[in-house]
Design a protein around this ligand. Sequence first.
Ligand code: LLP
Length: 415
Amino acid sequence: MDYFNYKDNRLFAEDVDINTLAGKYGTPLYVYSKRTLVEHFRKIKDAFEGLDTLICYSIKANSNLAVLSAMREEGAGFDIVSGGELYRSLNAGADPAKIVYAGVGKTKEEIRYALKTGILMFNVESAEELKTINNVAKSMKKKADVALRINPDVDAHTHDYITTGKKENKFGIDIVLARTLFNSARKYMHINLIGVDMHIGSQITTVGPYLEAIKKVAAFIQELRADGAAIEYFNIGGGMGIIYNEEKPTTADSFAGAVKPLIAGLRLKIILEPGRFIVGNAGILVTKVIYNKKGRNKNFLIVDAGMNDLIRPSLYGAYHKIIPVNVVKAKVELYDIVGPICESSDFLGKDRHLPRLDEGDLLAVRSAGAYGFAMSSNYNSRPRAAEVMVSGSKYSLVRERETWSDLILKEKKTK
Ligand code: LLP
């Protein structure tokens, strides 16, 4: 599943001892395994073999340039949601012709930047946005290639905050409205409607919701075609779930096996936008115990990584396995593993059994490659963590640790 394993009771990322990395770069530290990253990309790619497929890695999951360039080397395209993500992907050497741009709030400035760059297409999320794209393209004397993002109104059975394909969500366009919009889109002289898109949510562990949504959207595509539309692309989104703890998510092979029969007959180019599936288990967050604090009812391991470094437990109640970097034979105790931030929601894990640990001992928070560093912040004026990419026995610092002076770099005192 991944390449974070113990060798002689010490945790390694591929062939590199985590103790070495923590010693050299300090903690909290994100460590990525390139091999895990690449193998997960290939799992999806191979599973869809035989269909004309473009896999657009969803940058929001982890946008470090080293991750992006590893994906680019594998032939991945990119799924972006902002001008900043476009800037990053171009910086990593992305081919603009493999970039798809989603998001409900694209600004005129961002649309202009994307049109200038020559991306593959915009995934349009509203009638209002379509109009704006047409106007911006007109002002630039260009034609914009677009896909309509359909909200198929299916329940992805995941956390409410990361469900995106239900009618009460802000994402995508209702199918009935999409039909009307399609007709008005024909009147737009600066729009090329070339695709239909869906993305129903994230950390989805079964294939059922995809099948339900794909059936609805495929029927819609057939209607559009009957109406004379030249649809070339069907983007089925991302969202494939991973193992954090006890989950048994659909594998890439069985996912593709179930989906293919529904899409193969459409003779369309298929786009996928996986993020977490590729990078989720390719990263860990290494943190150091500051105090082993005895509370009245609880033992706390107070560590140097907080919710500013990894917000998933606080925000979604997400579970991440937490393991010692060095296996020691000590009495097992029950701990809450918490950060130094002044919020009760600042925890990485609750009620975990771990051998007794003390100041200076290292822990690894697993499955932290997706939506880990990418969602980190400077809350409590904490410089953001460093990031390291391991490949075999080699490693490189791919983002320096921020410093205290970085924290105030953009600020000014009033006179
Ligand atoms: N495509 C679109 C349009 C998306 O909105 C997303 C994720 C993806 C693709 C990639 O989804 P993935 O394959 O990674 O599930 N911060 C949350 C997850 C938010 C997902 C947002 N959209 C978390 O930590 O669980």
